[in-house]
Design a protein around this ligand. Sequence first.
Ligand code: BGC
Length: 889
Amino acid sequence: MPVKPSRVRFEHGHSGLGIGHREPRISWRFTGQETDWAQGGYELSIQKPGAEEARYRVVSGSSVLVPWPSAPLDSGEQAETGSLSASPTEWSEPSIVECGLLRVEDWSCRLVELAESQAIDKPKRPVWFRRSFNVAPDRQVQRARLYITSLGVYHAELNGQLVGDEQLAPGWTNYNLSIPYQTHDVTNSLRNGQNMLAAQVGEGWYAGRFGLFGGQRNIYGSQLGLICQLAITYQDGEVQTVESGDSWEASFGPILTSEMYDGEVYDAQQLIDVLQRSPNESWAPVRSSSLGGIVLKLFSPDAPPVQCTQEVRFREVLRCGPRKFILDFGQNLVGRLRVRVSGRPGHTITFQHVEVLENGECAIRPLRHTAAKDTLILSDGQVDWEPRFTFHGFRYVEVTNWPSGDDGVPGADDIIARVLHTDMERTGWFKCSDPLLNQLHSNIVRGMRGNFLSVPTDCPQRDERLGWTGDIAVFAPTGAYLYGVPSMLMDWLRTLTLEQLEDNGNVPPLISPNLFGPQGKNPTALWGDCVVTLPWDLYQATGDPRILEDQWESMSRWIDHGVDLDERGLWAKGRTWQLGDWLDPMAPPEEPGNGRADPFLVADACLIHSLDLMVAISAVLGKTNDQQRYEKWAARARTEFAREYISAAGRVASDSQTALALAIEYNLHPTPGQAERAAERLEEIIRNKARFKIATGFAGTPIIGHALTKVHRSQLFYRMLLHRKCPSWLYTVLMGATTIWERWDSMLPDGSVNPGEMTSFNHYALGAVGNWMHRVIGGLWMDEPGWKKILIRPIPGGGLSSASVKYPSPYGLIEAGWEALEGGDGAETFQLEVSIPPNSTARIVFPEQCHETVTVGSGVHQYQVPYIPPEWPPLPIYPPFAPHDDDTP
Ligand code: BGC
């Protein structure tokens, strides 16, 4: 198939409408396949309404984030672009890019709220706001845009038609610092004559109860409000605006409460007709005020919205009493139910959501201060209902008081689970010959999607769902392969940065949006280091140095002034509270930070890693002085680290998997001999002490596989990855997990829930092993930031006979798959097939035993090389004295 530019996008994947950049950079991928195809140049056409088409020819191989060639766009201004590669290809499909409202003055609307305030110590009832307006009966509308946001979370309707399919808009950010808005194309919902614009606002993160230990209400404000502006452009260029303001009216609808943690109470008997035009008593005038102190986020919204991306039918109905049953959806998901039911008016049904069952009952304890319960009160006739302003993390739903139909249980379409998350592009795929590893991989993906809901969260079910910096810091390399994360995480980093720099500060908050106030700014290694590692990971995924530039102040302030240092340039010991190797499986359930590795060893290793990244980042940004400064500091810190923690022979204090892996992975040994001793020691404790079970928490888990691969011990890690007893990844799979658990033993082998009060079944951090699976088993990674140069280096093992990976890079689809084919005499053939997209190249490194490397251009490449499979399985050094809790294959 001939090569063709496709999927023209702006900045980091923005679809184009309402963009916050006046000179959006443009990228395109390629479809089709030709051998060694490289772009020699490109031609862009820019067509602005009412203007001549302009064409720009550029001699350049670049097809990612190329500069905007035309005059900067203005608020609401539109352009249509196409791209054409100089090595002749067809034109891509055109794409529209249009700016949002970029200046404060562009916002002429007012904030509308209920005239009478709601009680501040109770959940707030969602409010409908509406206004009717006229569109000239005899004129044609060229386009209509709705710019809208709320103090709370909202959904809007125009003439009864839902505007967009976004959920929980405008999402969660620190609303005190800036509120994002959405831009919708509503041209097709408008009609000549009378129209009705309406929006319902719920409390969401803005005013609802949120946070740890029972949380608090009214975090950002105590009243719900709507801000919107509809711009209708007629064919002759005239613009009519409809703005939120005095002429609006408000009412309550059937939702009595809709809370993030506690769920929704919906009384279908109180349904209102939002479209009804003649005002009746249920609609009251609003209070309106100028936008005054409200800061609208004028540079956003780049991230994709939260949407429903999948509907899941229940698999099984477990009976537990009359009119009471538990539905099993077969997977731990994040979202809510859609229910269709009829019964007597006033009949009340409840829906209790939980992740797991314990002794056949809903395990509610891990939800802590979260009710996760929805209540539906029926009216006459059929009720179709989906809660609006809440979400739950669940696999099971206990339904109480379902009206008894024929057999008293719902039909497959009567109760459906709807999956919600930030709708990022699904990118990286992985498959191999071991079904359990495939299940583990799909658990990693499912866990990720549920925890990428507006912000990257720790868990979706209990009274947290917070943007913990440490969790995303360890998971980012895995996440950035699985989904197109950059725009969402960059938005999140911007908020984090504003919170870090507030009051001239240097320490990033532990969670962002920061609900902990100044106390949340305890200098904490790994969590704080997120401000260095995450921009770096996003730079790797995109090749965009602007990410590093934008985050430079945040990262350099953290490293230079935020980290609590001693005179040696390491962390000052004992002065700060460190989370260490959080959730080491040996840490007591109630003390997850009290693991085997010294928390300050972990902190210092993370600091040195961050310093190394600061050297690399300074180099990318051409900051030579900083580069030298960080180089010197890193060298001194290494010397001091060795003095503090490394023995003359090379052992590492704490003598744990995490401590040794950190030292190996971050090159902390002064000499290669010492590093080799550490590798031997790590091998010894894995083979003997741990008997191949994992013994790492947040700090060690993402890197232990890479550390072992670095010291040519990948088979040891295969053995750990394939272990089936607790603690191990496959233990969770064999216990029926469909997401990654927070603890290695969130569920104990006897099926009971871990007694620790912090026990979730949907935490992505320990899924950071996905990165090793993609890079080492699948063998796919970038050879330089941004994927223009690809590295294919599979290291087969673990008795696997095949693996394959797939990733749509910024250039097009990369595919790689290997198979180890049986030959005679223990010899095998290693077969590799790769497909490299146009305008990129790949370095292919065959497994160690083959000693071969080739560099290829685009196209499909197939290889067969003789190969001697690695010895399998690695065994404990000493046989156990007594029957051992082992699972030697
Ligand atoms: C969260 C974590 C987080 C940790 C740090 C927990 O409650 O769920 O994932 O990183 O606290 O204290």
